[in-house]
Design a protein around this ligand. Structure first.
Ligand SMILES: Nc1ncnc2c1ncn2[C@@H]1O[C@H](COP(=O)(O)OP(=O)(O)OP(=O)(O)O)[C@@H](O)[C@H]1O
Ligand SMILES: [Zn+2]
Length: 490
């Protein structure tokens, strides 16, 4: 069996992946701060780590993987949004969380095992902070609690910077209550109207970084296998998570492997809410771009490379998926192609996997490979799933069959114009034989592909689910036969 290899940001090397406990492989991924719709950039880590989750489930068994992706529902950005809109914080976070779950499902992601909301783990955060103070890694001052960065000598190891460099270059908040400008907030006081919880340091709320450390420890233990997120979080967020967790847990290494996806960009800049250069997953879905197409485009670039979103890629993905859906119906249940699995095991090489899917689909088309293999292989990427096939239904459908039939109709019209009714009628009869009723009165330049079918809905449904799409392969075969017979296939 091929070994899973992952590029560990902490060592900057591609390494063999060996879980601490193969009976329970554990992964934590930083989830969204819920005050606005997820933009397309936010969808990237959700998809990348979903593919990893699927791979781990495949290799270690579905019941032997625990995937945690949190919901940050206490954060100053949320408070600001509440103040702007006059809405309650609870309404905003509940609504945004629901949107997030719907949008992530629409792009084909499995639900993680746990989706902890920060507000439900305040007690664990307070306990962890108290522990850090007791161990000398944190101190309370003026209602705040700060992490003493100097107390953790490996601080900066993940992002490869020294504390002195960071101090020189960083825009850290200088505050009178800090021993060192680099120290970061674990707890801060809340004024009236701000969300707050009782604590040994008065009414207050947690800082963002401690949320992840506390939730990860509670659900996955002091040490677990994989920690993921976008590479924009490497510093300071992940650096701070590492420091807090190691110091609270007697030096135990928080995660064995750190994985970071690169950014989705718009004209060379990170797509982000703060820059305002974003569009949401929902915008695209509402525009009619199917979730499966979004997923495909995202996986067409390796997760460690920056990527751009272009209309051309969307169209290309749509064409490919249409074709694969058409080819993938029928046949046996199917087992995935081992080579595809090997690709994904090699640092989630989704690009190589897609290339292989093209090759497999060609084999299916030539009747050399069972369609079940295409389905099972695509499923490793979360593609071609039954419940996502709906997008094809009712859409205009263009493929090899319709193109050839189109050509046959044009030929028939040309023959009629030359008064060669015998051959024109023969074409009509041939089409009739394969269940296509020719409607007369069509002129050259009309769009015969749409007008030729007696039952217009049917052609659109041909590549839908199950047995219906079986017809589509049959139709393609028949159209090719007629194409050859009438010399319109070249
Ligand atoms: N453009 C992007 N490409 C890929 N991943 C991204 C992108 N923007 C954010 N992420 C990732 O999405 C997840 C949620 O991020 P977050 O809620 O902080 O969104 P954000 O757009 O970065 O917010 P802001 O713009 O306000 O900084 C994180 O794992 C983050 O790394
Ligand atoms: Zn986090």
């Amino acid at each position: 069996m091929t070994q899973i290899r992952l590029t560990n940001s902490a060592t900057r090397r591609k390494e063999d992946f060996t879980p601490l406990d193969p009976g329970n492989v554990r992964m934590y991924v930083c989830g969204p701060t819920v005050y606005d719709r997820a933009h397309l950039g936010n969808a990237r880590p959700a998809i990348v780590f979903d593919v990893l989750y699927r791979l781990l489930r495949h290799v270690y068994g579905a019941d032997h993987v625990t995937y945690v992706r949190n919901i940050t529902d206490v954060d100053d950005k949320i408070n600001a949004r509440a103040a702007e809109t006059g809405r309650s914080i609870g309404d905003i976070t509940a609504e945004t969380t629901q949107w997030y779950l719907e949008d992530m499902a629409a792009i084909g992601n499995l639900e993680p095992t746990h989706m902890p909301r920060a507000t439900e783990y305040i007690a664990q955060m307070v306990a962890m902070i108290e522990d850090l103070i007791a161990k000398g890694h944190a101190y309370a001052a003026e209602g705040h609690v700060l992490f003493r960065v100097r107390s953790y000598e490996k601080y900066g190891a993940l992002s490869g910077r020294s504390v002195d460099d960071m101090r020189a270059g960083a825009r850290v908040e200088v505050a009178p209550y800090k021993e060192d400008p680099m120290d970061f907030v674990l707890w801060k006081p809340s004024s009236d109207g701000q969300p707050g919880w009782d604590s040994p340091w008065g009414n207050g709320r947690p800082g963002w970084h401690i949320e992840c450390s506390a939730m990860a420890a509670e659900l996955l233990g002091d040490s677990f296998d994989i920690h993921g997120g976008g590479n924009d979080l490497m510093f300071p967020h992940h650096e701070n998570e590492i420091a807090q967790s190691a110091c609270a847990h007697g030096g135990a290494q928080m995660a064995q492997v750190w994985l970071h996806n690169e950014m989705l960009q718009v004209e060379g800049k990170k797509m982000s809410k703060s820059l305002g250069n974003f569009f949401t997953v929902r915008d695209l879905l509402d525009k009619g771009v199917p979730g499966e197409v979004i997923r495909f485009v995202m996986l067409s670039t390796h997760y460690r490379k920056p990527m751009d979103w272009t209309e051309e890629r969307v169209r290309e993905a749509e064409r490919t998926l249409r074709r694969w859906r058409e080819l993938s119906s029928g046949g046996s249940t199917g087992v995935e192609d081992e080579r595809l699995l090997a690709c994904l095991k090699d640092d989630l090489n989704s690009v190589g996997a897609i290339t292989l899917l093209h090759e497999i689909s060609k084999g299916v088309d030539e009747a050399k490979i069972d369609p079940g293999v295409l389905r099972a292989s695509a499923a490793l990427l979360g593609l071609l799933k039954d419940d996502m096939g709906e997008w094809l239904i009712g859409r205009e459908f263009e493929n090899e069959a319709t193109r050839l039939i189109d050509e046959l109709l044009k030929l028939r019209l040309a023959l009629r114009e030359k008064k060669d009714f015998e051959r024109a009628d023969a074409i009509r009869d041939d089409l009739d034989q394969i269940g296509l009723q020719v409607i007369d009165g069509l002129k050259q330049g009309d769009e015969p592909a749409r007008a030729f079918v007696g039952k217009p809905g049917e052609l659109a449904r041909l590549s839908g689910k199950g047995d219906v799409s079986g017809q589509s392969r049959w139709l393609t075969k028949e159209a090719r036969r007629l194409g050859r017979k009438w010399g319109v296939d070249g």
